[in-house]
Design a binder for this molecule. Structure first.
Ligand code: HEM
Ligand SMILES: *[C@@H]1O[C@H](CO)[C@@H](O)[C@H](O)[C@H]1NC(C)=O
Ligand SMILES: *[C@@H]1O[C@H](CO)[C@@H](O)[C@H](O)[C@H]1NC(C)=O
Length: 319
């Protein structure tokens, strides 16, 4: 009897240790193999941000994009090759930039601990550093992601788009194991950065048959956006900051959202559901509550597992 029991316990232990060794990320993942991994990324991020204030927003957005397509496996960093058009060259890539920072970190890491630190982990660390360098909260990044070998431009269609309503957003997030609460907290990423006109033109021109401008927008705010982004906007780089303090990670995004001064329909949509609206108010009222929720949801998002199998030596190319 005891022997049979022991047999099942052993089977269980072997099985569960197998699961944890392949699936679970851990904060100390590089403790033995590359103890300076985190600080190398942080130093590269700090220098890059000193030279270009748009780096943090770019890399936070890139990490989100990575995790939402094939899990966090650095598929977003792969270059197109031959006939295969990669995510990088897919339609919503206008906001992808500053990827050179990831390459710089990778180069330094390859010198220090060759073949050890995955590009997906570098991106997760850079996203955390982006938040910290902008005055936001910090957290320990769980690591151990593997890099994937597939990247397809067509997959960028799976990203949520800025015209989504609350049910579409809810579905997009729940397909990735993220809740409505995560949606509200992670949308707070829009406290950083910039949008091109094309991403919010639906709200300021031809909104519907009755009105040109989304009535849920503050009308003078909408007027300013219409000046920057006229109907046949020709200025490729024209657009608007996502909140009033685009290089500061704060809760201004939620305060402005309550005033009808958000940029995307998908931001405004957070006010159309009682649960998400209550959370927006909570985060507008307390930056600390927002920070805590953001950290929790970021760890969840950055743990969406991908089918990665290798540690790429060059983040743009499979091994
Ligand atoms: C809820 C669904 C989301 C939608 C529909 C969405 C959509 C967008 C769009 C359309 C842009 C501007 C692209 C452009 O025109 O240049 C943008 C920018 C940005 N997004 Fe989101 N996003 C979402 C969620 C997130 C999440 C979860 C994060 C991170 C936690 C995030 C972080 C950012 C950042 C930082 C920027 C600015 C990028 C820059 O300035 O370079 N977004 N987003
Ligand atoms: C975005 O896609 C275009 C078209 O394929 C490409 O020329 C451009 O380099 C891409 N941008 C980035 C940052 O990869
Ligand atoms: C959101 O949009 C979809 C697709 O257009 C539609 O079927 C759905 O009813 C909309 N939901 C809400 C809450 O407006």
């Amino acid at each position: 009897m005891a022997a049979i029991f022991l047999f099942f316990v052993t089977i269980f232990l072997v099985y569960s240790s197998h699961l944890s060794s392949t699936d679970a990320l851990s904060v100390n993942y590089y403790h033995q193999t590359c103890p300076t991994a985190d600080s190398i990324v942080t130093n590269v991020m700090r220098k890059a941000t000193m030279n270009d204030k748009t780096v943090p927003a770019a890399l936070l957005r890139t990490h989100f994009h990575d995790c939402f397509i094939r899990g966090c496996d650095a598929s977003v960093l792969l270059n197109s090759k031959g006939k295969n058009k990669a995510e990088k060259d897919g339609p919503p890539n206008i906001s992808l930039h500053a990827l050179y920072v990831i390459d710089q970190a990778k180069k330094q890491l390859e010198k220090k601990c060759p073949g050890v630190v995955s590009c997906a982990d570098i991106l997760a660390l850079a996203a955390r550093d982006a938040v910290v360098l902008s005055g936001g909260p910090t957290w320990d990044v769980p690591k151990g992601r593997k890099d994937g070998r597939i990247s397809k431009a067509i997959d960028t269609r799976k990203l949520p788009v800025p015209t989504f309503n609350i049910s579409q957003l809810k579905q997009s997030f729940s397909q990735r194991g993220l809740s409505l609460d995560d949606l509200v907290a992670l949308s707070g990423g829009h406290t950083l950065g910039f949008s091109h006109c094309s991403s919010f033109q639906n709200r300021i021109h031809n909104f519907n048959k009755v009105t040109d401008v989304d009535p849920s927008m503050d009308q003078s705010f909408a007027g300013k956006l219409r000046q920057v982004c006229p109907v046949n906007n020709k200025a490729k780089n024209a657009g608007a900051n996502l909140d009033s303090t685009p290089t500061v990670f704060d809760n201004a995004y939620y305060k402005l959202l309550l005033q009808g001064k958000s940029i995307f329909s998908s931001d405004q949509a957070l006010l159309t559901n009682s649960r998400t609206k209550a959370l927006v108010k909570k985060f507008a009222g307390s930056e600390n509550v927002f920070f805590e929720a953001f950290v929790n949801s970021m760890i969840k998002m950055s743990s969406i597992s991908g089918g990665g199998t290798e540690v790429r030596l060059d983040c743009g190319v499979v091994n």
